[in-house]
Structures are given as C-alpha cells and as structure tokens.
Design a protein around this ligand. Sequence first.
Ligand SMILES: Cc1ncc(COP(=O)(O)O)c(C=O)c1O
Length: 416
Amino acid sequence: MSDPYFQKLFADRIGGANYGKGTAIYKFEKIKRAKRKALADHPERKLLDFGIGENDAMAPEIVRRRMAEEINRPENRGYADNGPPAFKEAVARFMQREYGVVLDPASEINHCIGSKTALAMLPACFINPGDVTLMTVPGYPVAGTQTTYSGGIVYKLPLTAENEFLPDLDSVPADVLQKTKLLVLCYPNSPTGKTASPEFYKRAIEFAKKNDIVIIQDAAHATLSYDRPPNSFLTIPGAKDVGVEVHSMSKAFDMIGWRIGWVCGNERIVRAFADVKDNYDSGQFIAIQKSAIVGLDDPEIPHRTRAKYQRRLEKLVATLQRCGFQCKMPGGTYFLYAPAPRAFANGGPGGTRVDFENAEAASQYLITEQSICTVPWDDAGAFLRFSATYEADNEAGEDALMAETEQRLKNIQPEF
Ligand SMILES: Cc1ncc(COP(=O)(O)O)c(C=O)c1O
C-alpha cells in the first residue's frame, strides 16, 4: 500500500515520515498478544493474570448511587472547566483528614481528568527545548514523553535494590543540573513498591531549592501504603515552595475508568497547570466530580482498599517465596516487584531447562507456556511486576489462585 500524501507531515515527536512503519512492539501490546495466544493455545488452562494494573472492583456503591442521581440533574450538563469549587473543597477536607495537609481549595487545588493527564500537562508549564526533566526508572513514563514532545530531554535516575529504590540525586552531573527544571518523583513507587520517608522528601526539597528545580510528586498510589502510614510530600516543610503533588481516585477508590484526580500544592504551579489544562480539556463531567465527593468524604473507602491489597500482596509474597523468589512485602502500591528468574530448570519440553537473557524473555515464557501473566522491567535490573489486582470473588478464590500459581511455578523450578 502506498503512503498517503500526509505521511511526510507527521511530527518528528511520533516518528516523522517513518510514523507507523516501525516493527518494534510496545511492551504492553506484546503482553496482550501473548495473552491472546495463551488463551487460544490452552483454553483448558486458567490464565493467572498478574499483569493488569487496574483495580478489579467497581467503584463503591455510594459513589455509583450518587452518579445515578447526578447524571439526571440539568445543572450538571455543562462544561466544568477548572471548577466547580465543591470538588476542590472535598479534596481539601480529604488532604487534611488523611495526611494533615492544609490547602486553600480555591488556589492550591485543581482537578484533572485522571492523574495521567496532569502528568502529561505539567511539563508544558515548564519545559522549553533543551530543558531537562529528571525521571526515575523504572517508572510511569508520561511526564518524560511529554518533556520530549516539548523538545526537552529526559535524564534517567535508576531505582535499584542497591539504592533502596530511591534516586541518587547527587549523581546528576553539574551540566545536566544546570539545564534541569523538573524532578518527577513517584511514591509509593510504581512499579518498585517503595515508599518515601519524610527524610527522603526533605533531601529532595533541599536539592530542588539548591538547584532551582520544581518537584512533581506522583501520588497516584498514595493511600496504598503498608510499611508506614500513608504520607504526603506536602507535609514536609518547604514542599509547597518547590512543587505540587498529583493525586488520583483510580486506585484507592476503585474509580479507574471514571477519570478523576487532582493537582495540589504550590499556588503558582497549580495556576499554571490550570491555564495549560484549559487549553486541553473543558473539565471532568460535573456529575462525576459530585459523585467523587461522596467517595472523598467516606474515610472507610481508602482504608478498605488498602486492607484488601495488603492482604493479597502478603499472600502473593508468601507464595512466590515458597517458589524461590527473593521478594518481600512491598511498602506500598498494589504491585510486587520481584527479581526475574534466570531460568526454569524444568521448563522446557521433556523437563529440559530454559534460560532467559532478561525479564522480558522470562515474562513471555510465563505467559505463553504457563499462562501466568506478569509485566517485565529491564530498565534497572531484570524484574517482574506481579499485580494484586487479579480477579477473585472472595478470599477463598484468592487462596485457590495462589495455590494454582504455586503449583505451576514449583513444577518448572525457577532459578535466580
Ligand atoms: C504511578 C502512576 N501514576 C499515574 C497513573 C495514572 O493514573 P490515573 O490517570 O488513572 O489517575 C498510574 C496508573 O497506572 C500510575 O501507576
């Protein structure tokens, strides 16, 4: 098929004239294809799906019930833009109740259509061509992609077991620091599960002040914290002088598809975000915002979600440990980040050995040959991410799934 006349018009940021011609497959697409193949080749074998990074439960009933009412109210029909105030006020109540953070709802909070969109828009507030964003890897890459879309440069800070999954801020070379405008943090960290201590945040704030850098702290998993009470970067003195925190209702409130979150913190940065956002969208449906308020005002919901994923992760850790995995309970998130096996001693045909050069190869094998879905990370060491968001109706269902996982993994004899 010949190219359309506009092939040469595609912007360089998405590949220019070569757009759509590459053969490289995006990691998550590869996983989806392998999953489809496993289901087609082995319809008799249950897919043990630890790959999904989406909550398995529907939004809380009180939120859904409120939505059923709000959707019929004519006053909710219009553009929300950066309002209405009621959602911001509920966020202020939530931030105070959960974290002890005091915010002015009018000037220090703005909603977003999911935290992904906020992470995509914030670089547009700061990045000119040639400017640098410091991003931790492995990690959620959206702010980095948008940095490069604006002509900026991403400088990667590896998160490794050796540095306890905290970025080594002192390792950034002076010439990079000179061009750096943004430091993107994410705690509780996805995918490593690390949580941040107040001391780490203090160090990051000092670093930001010393080097004229703005901090964007991605708190999408904030309430899912197990090794310390859920905390906010904004509780640390000076945080509001250097940055903002981005929150989401996707994880703690099981509201993944509803698309609602917020940016809060420094007034000037929140205002810049709202100005940029005004040029991308016209705000989330007011009925959704009003339903979200019901969720925010119910302290039980995030606590319930946390208890559920803590329980599931504890079971998962124990199961994988019994199979030889060197893993421990994550500090937060609903992900378990475990070193990938280097081989399965009994994984090949006729009980032969299969070796893997990286996590991606191990993950592909597990999906296609064992119907066990995980997400591989090879950015800083070879790791597999197991998500506790698998589908199970009740605790007995969780236990059965764990037993099946253990049996399949022990059978192929993982080696590390
Ligand atoms: C670390 C992190 N940040 C942000 C997001 C985006 O979440 P949402 O756009 O649903 O608020 C995700 C979603 O998986 C995530 O894992």
